[in-house]
Design a binder for this molecule. Structure first.
Ligand SMILES: NC(=O)c1ccc[n+]([C@@H]2O[C@H](COP(=O)([O-])OP(=O)(O)OC[C@H]3O[C@@H](n4cnc5c(N)ncnc54)[C@H](OP(=O)(O)O)[C@@H]3O)[C@@H](O)[C@H]2O)c1
Length: 336
């Protein structure tokens, strides 16, 4: 029997990394979890401490060589994911760090599966609208776009997964950390939103993190080494009213009162309506407006590879509103 493929997983301590580890089948894949400093409770092997901003991933020459001799595949999930930072903060990790991963993969003769973002759609040539330079997500997205480009010109066998905003596990809502969708939802549920800025026609496209993890693990198992996949629902995704209905149902289930805030057209909204608010309200409203703008610049309805992900990688058909409701229930009980 041939040995299972050996996979180096960067970002193993992150939301995506930990979801990938939950999908591993040790008889089919051996995953070496790599992270900078945070714990990785799902790891079946000792965690390799590496830093993408350092030469040879921060490893000594012998360890680096030995690792390259072992590894067949890299799942590159490490990155700086916080929004709203200057471009020079993203470059060392997301761009130069990906260059380090490419150099490693070239030495190892490994295929790379790169976790990019759906949001690169907003910066692609032919995007239906121009993203404002001050959009809170822009520098992050641009760093992911540059990383994709490095991979494209590297000549290495690789795939690119472009997930939209992720939520908890489809069946249980589990997540290692609350993310933007849970934080925004909580803020809305607490009745803090004076209004919701909405770009006309956009969908609320959230994907359960295990669907991404299943697809990536399956791509590795199948030995796939090309393609770029939009991990999103596209036209199947709920609209804004549908999203508010899920929130209202959740509130009723946990005995809370929820009055959906009014929707206002983000295109005609006076910026002062946001700027004059207290800092917390301003921050939440700005994120809502800017994420909506990214969606609008990506076409309003996001590009999707969901049919292909289901047929080739066998990811289950999951109703997005059901997964969102499950995620809310988990967050209410476990994320505080
Ligand atoms: N989660 C989402 O909703 C989502 C959506 C679209 C795309 N993505 C993409 O998917 C990937 C994973 O996202 P995530 O949500 O799992 O991110 P995350 O939870 O923020 O985790 C980031 C990971 O990167 C590692 N890391 C950060 N800086 C590093 C460095 N200098 N050297 C080595 N490792 C470093 C972190 O390690 P430590 O914890 O040890 O510091 C952590 O494991 C990202 O590239 C992101 O762009 C995520």
């Amino acid at each position: 029997m041939s040995r299972p493929r050996t996979v180096l997983l960067t970002g193993a301590s992150g939301v995506v990394g930990r979801a990938v580890l939950r999908e591993q089948h040790p008889d089919r894949l051996r995953i070496i979890p790599a992270a900078r400093s945070a714990p990785v409770p799902e790891a079946a092997e000792p965690v390799l401490r590496c830093d993408l901003t350092r030469e040879r991933l921060g490893l000594d020459p012998d360890s680096y060589r030995a690792l390259a001799a072992e590894v067949d595949v890299v799942i590159h999930s490490a990155g700086l994911t916080e929004w709203g930072l200057p471009a020079e903060r993203y470059r060392p990790v997301n761009v130069d760090g990906t260059r380090q991963v490419i150099d490693f993969a070239a030495q190892a003769g490994a295929t790379v599966h790169f976790m990019s973002t759906e949001f690169v759609a907003a910066l692609l040539p032919g995007a239906p609208a121009q993203l404002r330079s001050e959009n809170i997500c822009r520098n992050y997205i641009d760093s992911k776009r540059q990383a994709e480009e490095l991979l494209r010109v590297s000549g290495l066998p690789h795939t690119v997964f472009r997930p939209t905003n992720l939520i908890g596990d489809a069946a249980t809502g589990w997540t290692s950390r609350g993310q933007i969708v849970q934080q925004m939802s909580d803020w809305l549920l607490r009745g803090r939103a004076p209004f919701v800025p909405v770009h006309p026609g956009i969908r609320m496209d959230f994907v359960a993190q295990d669907l991404l993890a299943k697809a990536v693990v399956r791509a590795v198992e199948l030995g796939d080494d090309e393609g770029a996949f939009w991990v999103s629902y596209g036209p199947e995704a709920m609209d804004v009213e549908g999203c508010l209905r899920v929130l209202a149902k959740h509130a009723a289930a946990v005995g809370r009162t929820f009055t959906p805030p009014p929707l206002v057209d983000a295109d005609t909204l006076d910026p002062d309506e946001i700027d004059r608010r207290d800092p917390m309200t301003r921050a939440y409203l700005s994120v809502l407006r800017d994420v909506g703008e990214v969606t609008r610049c990506s076409g309003g309805v996001l590009p999707t590879s969901m049919p292909m992900l289901r047929s080739r990688y066998g990811i289950p058909v999951v109703d997005d509103t059901a997964a969102y409701a499950t995620s809310l229930a988990y967050a209410a009980e476990h994320l505080g």
